[in-house]
Write a protein that binds this ligand. Structure first.
Ligand code: GDP
Ligand code: CA
Length: 329
């Protein structure tokens, strides 16, 4: 196992990758890990470019994450955003902590002086040393928007709002009719992204949101084809346990696109590589073991193990089980 590539969103992808790195450190210390990170949640706030998933992965792997929250920095303060609010220009629904602001300021400055997001990410990672190569899925801005099914505040039904506004401000409790990735048609995969999939020995879809994290990366031109064509095995880990999104509101995303919130529903949504999908193998939680025959019938090799990422040892064991499932058979 020399090269492992992960397609990650924020919290779920970051936590899993931490376990993966811990496992590989023992069984394949020379292995390199590339994490292709969703940038569909990126947005401009107060003149700053915010990349929520890249930051979550970078802080988590680099030891700078607020562990309880799963995002942002520990011991954070909000003095700067309180000052912005005093001017009546705040985004009360999105936290911009003082320490976190430094990252956004450095990123925005580099972007404005002509660096690509890939270059900026590499630069930020020089400080955080995440132990894996982090690649944005694309250097072109791609922003996920949702189409509202009902009026809310100053938005009318049929309007599109940024996914983060729906997710963070409205807690995904406002009905939406679909997702739109603005900028996708003009976007190309960032340098190294397609090669990281093609040249991998193993590709992992961690327990990230299947719709707005992994789904958005898969929608970048060339990514799905690279996954379908790679000689590497592709193994996924279910973000759904016992019919519920473990943390967060992924069920609201799945139901919007008509996919059942279940381990088998998401597995079949990704589909078997033998029949046009992207998976060779799919790891589900032990409580969902009843789904194993349906997955096998669909041509997806599966196993059921504990999938709660409660601490590093449990998460490391999950990563080990995913690797085992991928290489056997
Ligand atoms: P986000 O961008 O911060 O929302 O993070 P991701 O897209 O990477 O992951 C979010 C998803 O991770 C959630 O929708 C959950 O379904 C899943 N998740 C979070 N914690 C766990 C866990 O402990 N175990 C499993 N199996 N899935 C989890
Ligand atoms: Ca995200």
């Amino acid at each position: 196992m020399k090269h492992v590539t992960v397609l990650a969103g924020g919290v779920g992808g970051a936590r899993f990758t931490r376990g993966l790195l811990a496992h590989l450190a023992v069984v394949a210390p020379k292995a390199t890990v590339t994490v292709i990170v969703n940038t569909g949640d990126d947005m401009w706030l107060d003149g700053l470019r915010i990349c929520p998933d890249l930051d979550t992965v970078m802080y988590t792997l680099g030891g700078g994450i607020n562990e309880e929250q799963g995002w942002g920095r520990p011991n954070e303060t909000r003095r700067a955003s309180a000052e912005i609010a005093a001017y009546g220009r705040d985004w009360s629904w999105f936290t911009l902590g003082d320490l976190d602001l430094a990252t956004h300021i450095v990123r925005t400055d580099l972007l404005r002086s002509g660096s690509t997001l890939s270059e900026v990410t590499e630069f930020l990672c020089r400080r955080w040393q995440p132990g894996a190569r982090l690649l944005p899925m694309s250097d072109q801005p791609v922003e996920t928007h949702v189409c509202l099914a009902e009026n809310i505040d100053n938005h009318a039904a049929g309007d599109y709002i940024h996914f983060e506004e729906w997710w963070v401000r409205y807690r995904a409790r406002v009905a939406v009719t679909g997702f739109l990735q603005r900028g996708l048609a003009a976007a190309v995969a960032a340098p190294g992204v397609l090669a990281a999939i093609t040249n991998a020995d193993l590709v992992v879809l961690p327990p990230s949101n299947p719709v707005v994290s992994v789904g958005t990366i898969l929608a970048v031109p060339g990514v799905r084809d690279a996954l379908r064509g790679t000689a590497a095995r592709v193994v996924g880990v279910s973000p759904i346990i016992g019919g519920a999104a473990v943390r967060g509101m992924a069920d609201a995303c799945l139901s919007t696109i008509g996919v059942a919130t279940s381990a088998v529903g998401v597995g079949l949504h990704y589909g078997s590589r033998r029949s046009g999908g992207v998976l060779d193998a799919w790891l589900i939680d032990e409580t969902d073991a009843a789904a194993l025959p349906a997955l096998a019938a669909a041509g997806i090799r599966s196993a059921a193990v504990p999938l709660w990422m409660t601490d590093l040892p449990t998460t490391t064991a999950m990563a080990a089980a995913a690797l085992r499932l991928a290489v056997e058979g």
